[in-house]
Design a protein around this ligand. Structure first.
Ligand SMILES: Nc1ncnc2c1ncn2[C@@H]1O[C@H](COP(=O)(O)OP(=O)(O)OP(=O)(O)O)[C@@H](O)[C@H]1O
Length: 270
């Protein structure tokens, strides 16, 4: 039974090793301890290839840890749970379904009657500003609009946990800032906790309550920074504040070191 006295997500001494095609073991995540509270927005930053996505796949139940525990609401993760939503870099939309049908799909799969699923889908389409696009197909939308469909399709299922893996990295800079603001607005009303993986330190500070810096691979938590910027935030405004710049410098001095280690390894491997 899940309990609100337990954190939303807890990884304890978690490791994950993959068998490579040559038969060797590759450790992607090692002795990782991480706690995410209910309703908390946590961003995870780290050098490329360090194990950020693997950490998300462990929380999602798509992969099992080799060692240690992965708990959601105090219970070990077994398979993909229905209270977890995902948004990835690639838009997880059905190309053959209209916008409305895409947003209805999650509730329909969960057994919600068609009429009710339609009402809920329309509510979320209104919130992401796509009411007049409900009959369109994904290929008839811009990248930002497709991302809004993906967000509506995720939030319509009332997820308690939202896992996001570089969701906005394929978007242009302006659309990216708009989507970040929209995400904050959508999230604010839900009480869901978010784990948001990104390469972009500015994005992580603008969005999150906590920024987790991962080490050069295998991933483990190096440092956790509390982001004491007030909410509600607008990403384009908050990044100009002196406190933002201070936090950026502080985190970069930790993250930059791991990025350098990763680069130097790359130079040696080359
Ligand atoms: N299924 C797999 N089999 C073998 N190795 C894997 C597998 N999945 C990931 N890896 C390896 O584990 C390491 C961590 O990968 P992961 O995708 O978690 O990193 P990341 O930090 O998300 O990377 P990026 O920032 O570049 O997206 C990498 O070296 C990757 O090659």
């Amino acid at each position: 039974m899940s309990s609100h006295t337990s954190p939303a997500i807890e990884l304890r001494g978690t490791s994950k090793a993959f068998r490579t095609p040559s038969g060797a073991l590759h450790t992607a995540v090692k002795d990782l301890d991480l706690t995410v509270g209910h309703g908390e927005f946590v961003a995870v930053v780290g050098p490329t290839g360090c194990g950020k996505s693997t950490t998300l796949t462990l929380v999602s139940g798509l992969e099992e840890p080799t060692e240690g525990d992965v708990l959601v609401a105090g219970e070990p993760v077994r398979g993909i749970a229905s209270n977890v939503g995902f948004v990835f870099q690639q838009d997880a939309v059905f190309p053959w379904r209209s916008v409305l049908s895409n947003v209805m799909a999650g509730p329909r799969f969960r057994g919600v009657p068609k009429a009710e699923a339609k009402v809920r889908a329309r509510e979320w389409l209104a919130r992401v500003g796509l009411s007049s696009f409900e009959d369109r197909y994904p290929h008839q939308l811009s990248g930002g609009q497709r991302k809004r469909v993906a967000l509506a399709s995720t939030f319509v299922n009332d997820p308690e946990i939202l896992l996001m893996d570089e969701p906005f990295s394929a978007l242009d800079v302006q659309t990216r800032a708009l989507m970040s603001d929209e995400l904050l607005e959508l999230w604010a009303g839900t009480g869901a906790c978010v784990v948001f993986v990104t390469h972009d330190l500015e994005e992580s500070i603008a969005l999150a309550d906590k920024v987790v810096v991962m080490t050069a691979g295998p991933a483990t938590v190096k440092e956790v920074f509390e982001i004491d910027l007030p909410r509600p935030r607008k990403v384009e405004q908050v990044r100009l504040e002196p406190r933002f710049v201070e936090i950026y410098r502080e985190i970069w001095s930790s993250l930059g070191e791991e990025v350098r280690i990763t680069r130097e390894r790359g130079a040696v491997d080359a």
